[in-house]
Design a protein around this ligand. Structure first.
Ligand code: EPU
Length: 420
């Protein structure tokens, strides 16, 4: 099994370029199932979640070419509405195949999704949406089977009980080619929801309000092929910003949308990090000496749950006592706090809140990644620590971070990927 070996304590310097957003890519690629013709999607990150999704689409009969960050995808000849049940559970976002297939073929049989298991991740809101659009839903322990109900499929109003990214995206996908208007209330506002809507609108869909709490989809008869470039990854950018904050350095983080980073930027500034925003890049300057702060994760535009673990590492070496409250996934602390404790961090978890008493330094240790973002946080901890850190289970990290070793090495980190 491969692992990362990090010799910590190096000052980070230079520039790092952020890849296309994982969570936009994994929504946009299945959305190509709705398009009658060739889609060219640029700025697609070369990560394992994307590779598996493309394998699923190719297995269903799509023509797929992935070269130099650009995917050319033609799903015109797809007829299979039951994607490979061996591949589907390999990632979370395979649930988007349900909405896309329902919209185009009016039926779908899709195995239950897998992905990072840091919390219970129900899909009841996705199902609620499909039912509102007129689908009959059969759910078993292994798959979800969608067929048209007695009154057929058509647009409708859906009010989500929770602001769910996945349910918002899935209902947008399902509604695109159905007759009538769909209105999603309490919709998620994340940048990747907006990116998906922009992609679909470029191909001829009629979606308005994405990025607000109310999204309206007026069904169209068909979507035509076209070109689209995915937005930069907010969480990858935030991860490199946190890495520089914790390890110390002066790094330009390039290819970002600074507005998407506001919440992360202001927390790092509170912790004493210098953050300078430009049009499409952000400079981070840190001497590694951080101040305590308080963070509560929230749906966008709040502080992202996907940055919880990375900011926790910064807190664990900040002067004073920080409080970190998780309000999206309650059990998300468990995947990494014990690993950080073995590096010397002092974290007390009390319900939804971690109370983090900062230490001057963490020490290198042998640790394990338990999921994608927790794994990235351990990389940051290794970069900031004294001594050598070895991280196992790195396949979790490579699910979502493109060429992380190369990018960190280019800014002065001492990190190697070693095959045991
Ligand atoms: N929820 C329900 N029922 C549902 C759906 C969600 O109760 O049917 C709850 C969840 O349990 C959670 C909250 O609603 O408490 C929000 O979940 P959401 O549906 O927004 O999460 P998701 O769509 O499954 C996406 C990202 C995650 C990210 C969350 C929150 C993708 C593929 N995944 O998951 O990203 O943590 O939104 O922002 O877009 C990651 O990138 O590492 C990652 C885990």
């Amino acid at each position: 099994m491969a692992k990362y070996v990090i010799n910590g304590g190096k000052y980070l310097e230079g520039a790092v370029t952020i890849s296309g957003a994982k969570n936009a890519a994994v929504a946009i690629l299945p959305a190509a199932l709705l398009v009658n013709g060739k889609c060219r999607v640029e700025n697609v990150p070369e990560i394992s979640d994307v590779r598996i999704l493309l394998e699923i689409l190719a297995d269903m009969g799509a023509e797929v070419v992935f070269e130099n960050g650009t995917v050319t995808l033609d799903c015109s000849n797809v007829t299979n509405t039951c994607p490979n049940p061996e591949l589907v559970p390999k990632l979370r976002a395979s649930y988007y195949l349900m909405g896309a297939l329902l919209s185009r073929f009016h039926k779908a049989k899709v195995a239950l999704p897998g992905g990072c298991n840091f919390a219970s991740r129900p899909i009841d809101q996705h199902i609620k949406g499909f039912v509102a659009l007129g689908a009959d839903v059969e759910e078993t322990e292994d798959y979800v089977n969608l067929t048209p109900g007695p009154e057929g499929l058509r647009g409708n109003r859906v009010s989500l009980d929770v602001e769910s990214v996945g349910a918002t995206v899935n209902i947008i996908l399902a509604a695109c080619l159905l007759p009538g208007q769909t209105i999603i209330e309490n919709a998620a506002k994340e940048p990747h929801v907006v990116d998906l809507a922009n992609f679909l609108n470029t191909m001829g869909a009629r979606i308005s309000g994405a990025g607000t709490g109310t999204v309206k989809i007026r069904g169209v008869e068909k979507l035509e092929g076209g070109s689209y470039a995915i937005i930069p990854d907010q969480i990858e950018a935030g991860t490199y910003m946190a890495a520089v904050a914790a390890a110390g350095g002066n790094v330009m983080v390039q290819n970002v949308i600074p507005k998407h980073m506001d919440c992360i930027t202001s927390k790092l500034q509170e912790m004493g990090v210098k953050v300078i925003q430009y049009d499409d890049s952000i400079r981070i300057i840190s001497d590694g000496k951080l101040r305590h702060t308080t963070v509560k994760t929230r749906p966008y535009p709040g502080f992202p749950t996907d940055m919880q673990a990375q900011i926790c590492v910064c807190m664990s070496i900040a002067e004073g006592v920080s409080r970190l409250t998780e309000s999206v996934y309650e059990t998300r602390f468990f995947g990494y706090c014990t690993e950080l404790a073995s590096m010397g961090a002092d974290i007390l978890i009390s319900g939804k809140t971690a109370i983090v008493s900062g230490k001057k330094k963490l020490n290198g240790a042998q640790i394990h990644a338990h999921d994608l973002r927790a794994g990235a946080a351990l990389v940051i901890a290794g970069l900031a620590a004294d001594g050598v850190t070895e991280i196992e289970n790195i396949h979790f990290i490579e699910r979502g971070y493109e060429r992380i070793v190369d990018k960190l090495t280019a800014i002065g980190a001492d990190i190697k990927r070693v095959d045991d």
